[in-house]
Design a protein around this ligand. Structure first.
Ligand code: AMP
Ligand code: FE
Ligand code: FE
Ligand code: ZN
Length: 283
């Protein structure tokens, strides 16, 4: 049983449509995928329908943009009720923050002699309701300003680079409360990847798990090296957090982490499912 609990589609910054994602998952030999688009749930229905036909189980997930003292952290939510209004409203607030920064980012790109015509950006955003920096990166690649998404982030788009514009994101503990109230299970995404290690020290993560606000920790992720994974695994075992792993697949935009490159054990999935069931969420 092969389980990949965190993947993206064109509903956010992935490049496969929900149906294409399911086809790719079946081809990769996956039995279960957690569809976790950034701040959006619009892919759930199409992926679930495609999953039924292809024999791939699709879990309803979300990767919620959160913040802890000004640091960006990502929260994975599984099994939230689709009709939960408070959660839907907060996701809409995050998406609005994404859209509001677009004009400033375009102006800064122009100042740096990398103008992006609005129709070029619009083509890369497509019908995603959740515009993200990878859409800008793809437009920059098309216009020949950078070679790939990685270079776009390293030189221009990362949180400490010139084109970065801060946006609204959910205070983490509020996000945890919303997920639980919607019947879901909460897993902190790649907690010690990129810049979030300072924001999420072991004691804080441990306290969130101990208080049952947080259910799990995503340990096996490409942003964690082997030593980091061992540290996180030890912490998760010590505090009783469910350990997950995922590819964080984004399609052709990021080829270095294919579907199924990291996986979650069936036992871990059962633990998450029990919590969702106990809270009245949907599986
Ligand atoms: P945003 O959603 O606008 O905050 O952009 C963050 C997203 O950009 C992440 O979810 C990743 O998918 C992607 N990302 C972040 N850093 C990089 C990088 N160095 N290379 C490629 N994609 C990245
Ligand atoms: Fe992403
Ligand atoms: Fe993430
Ligand atoms: Zn992700």
């Amino acid at each position: 049983m092969k389980i990949d609990l965190h993947v993206h589609t064109t509903v956010s910054d992935g490049t496969d449509s929900p149906a294409e994602l399911v086809t790719a998952a079946a081809a990769a030999g996956l039995d279960v995928i957690g569809l976790c688009d950034h701040d959006a749930t619009d892919g759930w229905e199409a992926a679930l329908t495609a999953g039924e036909a292809a024999g791939v189980r699709v879990l309803r997930g979300i990767e919620i943009s959160c913040q802890v003292r000004g640091n960006s952290v990502h929260l994975l939510a599984y099994g939230c009720r689709p009709d939960d209004q408070a959660l839907a409203d907060e996701l809409a607030r995050n998406r609005a923050g994404r859209a509001e920064r677009v004009p400033t980012m375009l102006a800064r790109l122009a100042e740096h002699h990398m103008p992006i015509p609005e129709d070029v950006l619009a083509r890369h955003v497509g019908d995603s309701p959740s515009v993200g920096r990878p859409h800008f990166a793809d437009a920059m690649v098309e216009l020949g300003y950078v070679a790939d998404r990685g270079e776009a982030f390293a030189k221009w788009l990362a949180d400490d680079k010139p084109i970065y514009v801060a946006r609204y994101s959910t205070p983490l503990e509020h996000g945890l409360d919303l997920v639980r109230a919607a019947g879901g299970a909460a897993v902190i995404a790649h907690p010690w990847g990129r810049i979030s290690r300072e924001a999420l020290p072991p004691r804080y993560l441990g306290a969130l798990v101990a208080s049952r606000q947080l259910d799990g920790i995503e340990v096996d992720h490409q942003d964690h090296d082997a030593a980091t994974r061992e540290e996180l695994r030890a912490l998760a075992d010590f505090v009783g957090a469910v350990i997950t792993g995922s590819s964080d697949y984004h399609g052709i935009g990021k080829l270095d982490h294919p579907l199924g490159c990291n996986t979650t054990t069936p036992e871990a999935l059962v633990k998450l499912e029990r919590r969702v069931q106990a809270r009245g969420g949907v599986l």
